[in-house]
Design a protein around this ligand. Structure first.
Ligand code: SAM
Length: 345
């Protein structure tokens, strides 16, 4: 396990003189992950508890207008990249229109989406036409029975059709997220990785995080990236490293002669907070400064109290300034407060 690096002593930027989103450690925030809904059509074992999941009343979620206002202001203070997530983003009404309007804000260069792909085959072309650039698909197993168990009811054939549709319309490069959980899919990582031999996809193996409601699955199920990598190398031989930009949370490799690549995302064994460039907007309108810390800025309440754009911009800049340096999961700190689907993974 690698512990988080120490923060820099002082930032080269001053809050009073910047109109661009920086935190107090000098990290520039340019990537906004937006949860379009806290609801989902799956109940993945590592994401939601089997029973007792509570969803927020609809009037507590951001309306389309509020959401677009928040995105427009974020673009103004330097956000260039958006990711739509949830919950399941494809069940948000008016998704295609939202993508089109978000893409039209000056400064927004890229919009991507993380989805379980169950409904994707029907809307992939419309999303592409509206300006969606690419997708990440959560996909944890190639076995239809295990798929049903891990998602608590999901259909692998429909998800696969969604993936193929995304590929066909050019929502690429496609990345596949697989949370490796001991006793569920850890024996299957080599078969998942083998998808990259013939397809130009990035197969990413994620360490499970101890989000609210899945603490026990984490305690029993964590498989470190090192263990997954060792398993892959036993089957495929040494993986070849590929250089990635500092903001990419994945360490990327390739199986010899494969068309696609393998990514490891290791928030537990090798936190990448030092290079974090992202904040999250929850479906209920909170700017979440760190996935794994509970500090948030209540944007929806400010908007509903009549805040002007200038006031909102100031609150955004101030909130981002106090972004925590990093999480303390490896040190045993689990004060997260929400589940992944409530924050926007
Ligand atoms: N419904 C969409 C999907 O399935 O991709 C988007 C939301 S889902 C919460 C976003 C991502 O969070 C998925 O890639 C999922 O694998 C990941 N995720 C959920 N719970 C997690 C956990 N406890 N630890 C690590 N990753 C998790």
């Amino acid at each position: 396990m690698t512990l988080l690096a120490d923060p820099p002593i002082a930032s080269p930027v001053r809050l009073e003189s910047t109109r661009t989103a920086f935190d107090a450690y000098g990290r520039r925030m340019s990537y906004l992950r937006i949860s379009l809904t806290d609801r989902c059509n799956f109940r993945c074992v590592y994401c939601m508890p089997a029973v007792g999941m509570q969803f927020q009343p609809r009037d507590e979620l951001l309306t389309d207008e509020e959401l677009l206002r928040a995105v427009g202001l974020s673009a103004k203070i330097g956000f260039t990249k958006l990711r739509l997530t949830g919950g399941e983003p494809t069940i948000r009404p008016h998704l295609v229109d939202l993508v089109r309007e978000m893409k039209a804000f000056p400064g927004i260069e890229e919009i991507s989406m993380t989805t379980n792909a169950l409904l994707l085959s029907r809307i992939a072309q419309d999303l592409k036409d509206a300006g969606l650039d690419r997708i990440n698909v959560s996909f944890d197993t190639l076995d239809p029975v295990r798929f049903k168990l891990m998602t608590r009811g999901g259909r692998l054939d429909l998800v696969w059709a969604g993936l193929e549709a995304a590929d066909a319309v050019g929502l690429t490069p496609i990345k596949i997220n697989s949370v490796v959980v001991r006793g569920h899919n850890d024996q299957e990582v080599c078969d998942l990785a083998a998808l990259t031999l013939e397809r130009d996809w990035q197969m990413r193996f994620l360490e499970i995080m101890p989000m609210e409601g899945v603490g026990m699955v984490y305690d029993e199920g964590l498989v470190t990236s090192a263990e997954t990598q060792a398993r892959l190398e036993e089957r495929f031989g040494p993986l070849e490293p590929i250089e990635t930009p500092p903001g990419d949370p994945a360490r990327v490799w390739r199986i010899r002669d494969a068309k696609g690549t393998i990514g490891f995302i290791s928030p537990i064994s090798a936190p990448f907070c030092e290079h974090c460039n992202r904040v999250r907007l929850t479906a209920d309108g909170k700017l979440r400064l760190c996935l794994l810390r509970s500090d948030e800025v209540g944007l929806r309440d400010l908007m509903r109290a009549g805040a002007t754009d200038e006031e909102l911009e100031r609150q955004l800049l101030r909130g981002i300034w106090r972004k925590p340096w990093g999480h303390g999961i490896a040190e045993g700190d689990r004060n997260i407060g929400r589940g992944m689907s409530q924050i926007g993974g």
